[in-house]
Structure formats: structure tokens, C-alpha cells
Ligand binder design. Structure first.
Ligand code: DGL
Length: 294
């Protein structure tokens, strides 16, 4: 890392973009919420598609991957980092804070925990996530910090990741898998239903309509994308790091209007673009995606 890059990491400035990373395309659901909340900010998004899924790997491996993806973003120059991956958020935050003490880092678990507590009048909370996130119990820890009396049940629903990656977001197959995962989870709560179900994985929001079909009535679905975006808005304001609209010296947008997004992937830009569109909710062409090695 050059001296300038170290400076960018230790002294973020308002003109720099926000760095966002995920194991793949799922984090684009978080990027979508960030773009809505901060339309004139610039973003660098890195999807580590070559090593997806993170959710089946050990915590030590995911923490190491997170350090590698962050190094690339820091070398490009970012003012704040969003870990748009639940699995990485659950294991990588301490290592990143130690490696980059000057860089504000926001994960998706704390915002998700806050959102679900707001939607749980009886404190009954179900969480679905990857195997790695469930194993680390990060959601339980974060929820119990806010709501010590909460009743929480969690379930790894790893197949949902593969189905979302495949573009299978609705139809009888998806509903059958959802039913098999969710029926026993619902049964763990008094009256057969929690107050809310946390979609504790970046890939799950695109499956929300199919999931909703198999849930008992009145169970609220919570995902952390919007609350994460709110956290980023607040953090930028507190640190005086918002990019003023139309400010001169914008790094990517030439100082005018809408912010820009640059996409990086560690494998196959074509597939990143075609699957990524589902998550981003807008067209994405392979030409917009730069292939990188970590
Ligand atoms: N991005 C991951 C998460 O939110 C899901 C995909 C994976 O397993 O890598 O946990």
C-alpha cells in the first residue's frame, strides 16, 4: 500500500466513494438501499464471486477474505466501508477495525438487529441466515443486547442462497423449500408464529414474496438493507463526510448530479451482471464490471 493509500484509509475525505463488499451479488440489495438514501454519493462495489459462498466456510477463512477485499477497496480510496454480507459482518469487524483504525466500517448485523427489535412487540424473533452466520450467533448476541428478554430461534437456510443465485426467486420449488425450512422454525414459537422473521442474508430479500406465501399471517419480514443505509447516512453526517451535491472535485461523478458506481468482481463479469440485475433491481451490463484478482 502506498503512503497516499494509507492516508486515504486513515483520513477519509468527503470526496471519496463509499466502499461496499459482499461475497457476490447479494450485497447489491444493500447497495440499492444505499443509492436510494444517498443518491449523489459515489460507490465502489466489490463482489468476491470467485469465492462465493462465504456462508459455508469457517469464520477464520471469511475473516481473511474480508481483509483481502477491504485492502483492494482501500487501495482504490474509500471514505467508509460497508460490509454488505451477513456472514462477513458476523466475523470480520474486529479484524478490519484493527487493520484500518481510521476507516469507519459498518456491517449489516447490528442494523438488522435494531430493525427486528422495532418489529417485535412481544420480543419473538426468528432469524434465517447462512450456516456461518447461524454458527457464530451474531444475530442473537446483537438482538439480546437490545432486547435481553427476546425469544429467538435461528435456522440456516443455505439452499436459498443457491436458488437466488440461480435466479429462482418464485414458483412451486422455491415455496416447497421455504415450507420445509420455515414450518419447523415457526413451530418453535408460542402460537406457532414469531412477531417477525429476519432475512439475515443478503440473498434473501429477492425471495421475500415466496417466503411470505408460506409464513403464518401477521409475521413481519425484516431485512437490514434500509437500516444499514440509515446507519451510513448518520455516520457520514457525524464525521462530516457527506459529499455535497455538485461539489467540485468529485472523484467519480465529475462534480455534478447523481453519484456513480464502479463494480468489481473476482470472477466472470458477465454472470455478475446478469444475476446482479435481479438484486440491484436495474439493468447492469458486463462492461460496467471490472474483473480483479485479490
Ligand atoms: N452474502 C452472504 C450473506 O449475507 C450470502 C452468500 C454467501 O454465503 O456467500 O451471508
Amino acid at each position: 500500500m502506498t503512503t497516499d493509500q494509507k492516508t486515504a484509509a486513515s483520513q477519509p475525505t468527503a470526496a471519496l466513494p463509499i466502499g461496499v463488499f459482499d461475497s457476490g451479488v447479494g450485497g447489491l440489495t444493500v447497495l440499492r438501499a444505499l443509492k436510494q438514501a444517498l443518491p449523489h454519493e459515489d460507490f465502489l462495489y466489490l463482489g468476491d464471486t470467485a469465492r462465493l459462498p462465504y456462508g459455508t466456510k469457517s469464520g477464520a477463512t471469511v475473516a481473511r477474505y474480508a481483509l483481502q477485499t477491504t485492502r483492494v477497496l482501500v487501495e482504490q480510496g474509500v471514505k467508509l466501508l460497508v460490509i454488505a454480507c451477513n456472514t462477513a459482518s458476523s466475523v470480520a469487524l474486529p479484524g478490519l477495525a484493527q487493520a484500518y483504525p481510521g476507516l469507519p466500517v459498518i456491517g449489516v448485523i447490528e442494523p438488522g438487529a435494531r430493525a427486528c427489535c422495532e418489529h417485535a412487540p412481544h420480543g419473538r424473533i426468528a432469524v434465517i441466515a447462512t450456516r456461518g452466520t447461524v454458527r457464530g450467533a451474531a444475530y442473537q448476541t446483537a438482538i439480546l443486547r437490545l432486547r435481553p428478554q427476546a425469544t429467538i430461534a435461528t435456522r440456516p437456510t443455505q439452499l436459498f442462497v443457491a436458488m437466488a443465485e440461480e435466479g429462482w426467486v418464485d414458483g412451486p420449488e422455491v415455496e416447497a423449500v421455504a415450507e420445509r425450512y420455515l414450518t419447523p422454525l415457526m413451530a418453535e414459537f408460542p402460537g406457532g408464529k414469531p412477531d417477525c422473521l429476519v432475512l439475515g442474508c443478503t440473498h434473501f430479500p429477492v425471495l421475500a414474496p415466496a417466503i411470505r406465501k408460506v409464513l403464518p399471517e401477521g409475521v413481519c419480514l425484516v431485512d437490514s438493507a434500509e437500516t444499514t443505509a440509515e446507519c451510513v447516512v448518520k455516520e457520514l453526517a457525524e464525521r462530516g463526510l457527506q459529499k455535497p451535491a455538485g461539489a467540485p472535485g468529485d472523484v467519480l461523478a465529475g462534480g455534478k448530479g447523481e453519484g456513480r458506481v464502479r463494480f468489481f468482481a473476482t470472477d466472470d463479469p458477465e454472470r455478475f451482471a446478469s444475476v446482479g440485475e435481479i438484486f440491484l433491481g436495474q439493468p447492469l451490463s458486463p462492461g460496467e464490471v471490472t474483473l480483479i484478482d485479490l
